[in-house]
Design a protein around this ligand. Structure first.
Ligand SMILES: NC(=O)c1ccc[n+]([C@@H]2O[C@H](COP(=O)([O-])OP(=O)(O)OC[C@H]3O[C@@H](n4cnc5c(N)ncnc54)[C@H](OP(=O)(O)O)[C@@H]3O)[C@@H](O)[C@H]2O)c1
Length: 262
């Protein structure tokens, strides 16, 4: 399948680890040049070096927190100065803390909004005007399967990420005439470092082996296993590609069938 991504320029936010990292490397494998960011430099530099050495693409990196609006805008501007254009923008960030509603504070609500909704607005405002001028663009948000099936102790994520769907749907309508598609990917349980750490913590608390915790998650997943970050990245690459040119305003869950709705 020719994805048509060779020599495209792709921003992948929060891309030093996990799903963001796999997405960056999968886009590089298709020949896209990369602009990557995360808060700490070490792992980010490793991803950039891997993309350059294995896939021969150009990579720009910056350390920043995606919840800082001015830094995100400057980053988008720097990417344009470096590569002249931005074709693909994949938004991503860490998730808000998992806790029941009664334990959440207003400061945590403000932070969740800044991290998981407002950061997408910053990227969208940073890239959409130039995508409009070039009459080609892909904006892809990474959220969670909880946008379809909320999980009780993830109330911050459930509420704020529902807003992302409203934003994606609104922007898809507004920017469709400019040949820009805007879609959302909702991962299910994915075997990233974050989930492995959670498994180790739960294992320590309960006396289980870490593998047992992952197995307990897997038993409620129709495909009976966690996703790999590469499997989530594959869906993102498809949405970024020419092959998905007529798909916009959609949420694609990569959740092994967890969401049972029609
Ligand atoms: N893994 C799952 O099972 C799963 C399921 C559903 C949804 N999700 C969601 O998918 C997203 C990615 O998850 P993941 O499992 O890939 O996470 P991960 O393995 O912990 O990686 C998170 C990445 O984001 C970067 N990052 C975090 N906060 C950032 C910030 N404020 N500004 C810039 N970069 C930031 C991290 O680097 P630095 O720490 O250096 O900044 C790292 O590169 C999260 O929003 C998560 O909630 C994950």
């Amino acid at each position: 399948m020719d994805t048509g991504l060779r020599n495209r320029v792709a921003i992948v936010a929060a891309s030093s680890k996990g799903i963001g990292r796999s997405t960056a490397l999968a886009l590089a494998a298709e020949g896209a040049h990369l602009a990557l960011c995360a808060r700490s430099p070490e792992a980010l530099i490793e991803v950039a070096e891997e993309a350059r050495s294995v896939h021969g693409v150009e990579v720009y990196t910056e350390t920043l927190d995606v919840s800082e609006d001015n830094r995100v805008r400057q980053f988008c501007e720097s990417v344009r100065s470096r590569f002249v254009r931005v074709d693909v923008c994949v938004t991503n960030a860490g998730g808000p803390p998992a806790k029941p509603f009664s334990e959440t504070t207003i400061a945590e609500w403000d932070r969740a909004y800044q991290l998981n909704l407002r950061s997408i607005v910053s990227f969208a405002q940073g890239v959409l005007p130039s995508m409009q001028r070039q009459r080609w663009g892909r904006l892809i948000t990474i959220t969670s399967m909880t946008v379809r099936q909320p999980v009780p102790e993830l109330v911050l994520s459930n509420a704020v990420r529902a807003g992302v769907l409203g934003l994606v749907r609104s922007l898809a309508t507004q920017y469709g005439p400019d040949n820009i598609t805007i879609n959302n990917v909702g991962p299910g349980y994915t075997a990233t470092d974050r989930v492995k750490e959670l498994a180790e913590t739960r294992a320590r608390e309960t006396g289980q082996q870490a593998g047992e915790y992952e197995a307990s998650l897997a038993k409620d997943i129709p495909l009976r296993r966690l996703a790999t970050p590469e499997e989530v990245a594959d869906a993102i690459v498809w949405l970024a590609s020419e092959r998905a040119a007529y798909v916009t305003g959609q949420t694609i869950l990569v959740d092994g069938g967890v969401y049972r709705g029609l």
